[in-house]
Design a protein around this ligand. Structure first.
Ligand SMILES: Cc1cc2nc3c(=O)[nH]c(=O)nc-3n(C[C@H](O)[C@H](O)[C@H](O)COP(=O)(O)OP(=O)(O)OC[C@H]3O[C@@H](n4cnc5c(N)ncnc54)[C@H](O)[C@@H]3O)c2cc1C
Length: 278
């Protein structure tokens, strides 16, 4: 059934595998095989792969770091696009205009497949402050924007200035953050089916030692309070509470829309009461 799609991908030199186990690509470590697992190496390949899926009528799913999803044991019928396979660049523009007088602002532009931790370390290495809250949130830049990820009083909305994405109609558009409907764990991408390609963040020049101290402090809080060595998709109950659902019943709807419940026995562990673990 997927032969024409595989042939098109092969002809375009886009790497793909059949029956890739999704458990190997998400932090819950649960999930059966994807019919096709596509690994675009850059934005051009990603856009072509999406176009091929549409042409062939294949259902597709955009996968970041897999830190906020739960695939079902039966796997995924269609194509999963692994955005972490993309080689992502990162660039910085200093002395950009900003609101506060006397403050030096920088714009950092990064590909959607880059890990948040890499972005945070880049900011630290350039003495840029604003992203400390995100250090320790597992995931990619694209996945974090998709759900306006946040922690410890910060969220992507605070530092994001614009996003370039592949729209459902096949056009690439750049949109200011103000038009992305960013709110608590929500963005417009949950509705519009866009594929985030890159993002620009506005950061302030700061003191590297203070930035590092804050990153270390927040990471230590996670180590102390979260079961980071166990398979999970992070905090579930806090989000479920917003959705008005109970813990287990709420998980599929509270997490990504592509999330599907699993026959694996997930446990609520008292010490980490808001984490559901495999
Ligand atoms: C131990 C642990 C701690 C966590 N702590 C936090 C926390 O403090 N705060 C918090 O907000 N979250 C937290 N999370 C959840 C998770 O880290 C975030 O939701 C993260 O932003 C998910 O990014 P990802 O790349 O893993 O996305 P994925 O899980 O791969 O995907 C999530 C959704 O984003 C979509 N998506 C991914 N990339 C793109 C793209 N480029 N374009 C369009 N759509 C895309 C996917 O299709 C999917 O619907 C935690 C998770 C774990 C496991």
């Amino acid at each position: 059934m997927f032969e024409p799609l595989c042939a098109a991908l092969d002809a375009a030199g886009i790497a793909c595998t059949r029956n890739e186990l999704l458990a190997d690509h998400c932090t819950f470590r649960i999930g059966g095989p994807a019919d096709i697992f596509i690994k675009p190496c850059d934005e051009i390949q990603l856009c072509r792969a999406v176009a091929f899926c549409k042409e062939q009528g294949a259902r597709y799913y955009l996968l970041g770091n897999g830190s906020n999803i739960l695939f079902e044991d039966a796997g995924f019928r269609g194509a999963v696009l692994d955005l972490t396979a993309m080689k992502t660049g990162i660039g910085m523009k200093e002395n950009v205009p900003g609101e506060e007088p006397g403050v030096v602002y920088c714009n950092v532009t990064v590909g959607a497949g880059m890990k948040l931790s890499t972005l945070c370390n880049f900011a630290l290495n350039h003495s840029c402050t604003g992203l400390e809250f995100a250090y320790g949130i597992p995931g990619t830049v694209g996945g974090a924007i998709y759900m306006n990820a946040g922690a410890y009083g910060g969220e992507m909305k605070d530092v994001l200035t614009s996003v370039e994405y592949l729209a459902a109609d096949g056009n690439i558009v750049e949109v200011p953050a103000a038009e992305l409907d960013l709110s608590y764990r929500h963005s417009i991408f949950e509705e519009n089916g866009g594929c985030i390609l890159s993002a620009t963040f506005r950061l302030k020049k700061g003191d590297a030692a203070s930035i590092k101290a804050r990153m270390d402090e927040l990471m230590q809080k996670r180590i102390d309070k979260q079961p980071l060595d166990k398979p999970s998709a992070g905090s579930t109950l806090s989000i479920s509470a917003v959705c008005g659902a109970t813990a287990t019943a709420g998980l599929p709807s509270a997490k990504s829309t592509a999330v599907l419940w699993s026959t694996w026995v997930a446990q609520l562990v008292p010490m980490y009461w808001h984490f559901v673990m495999k």
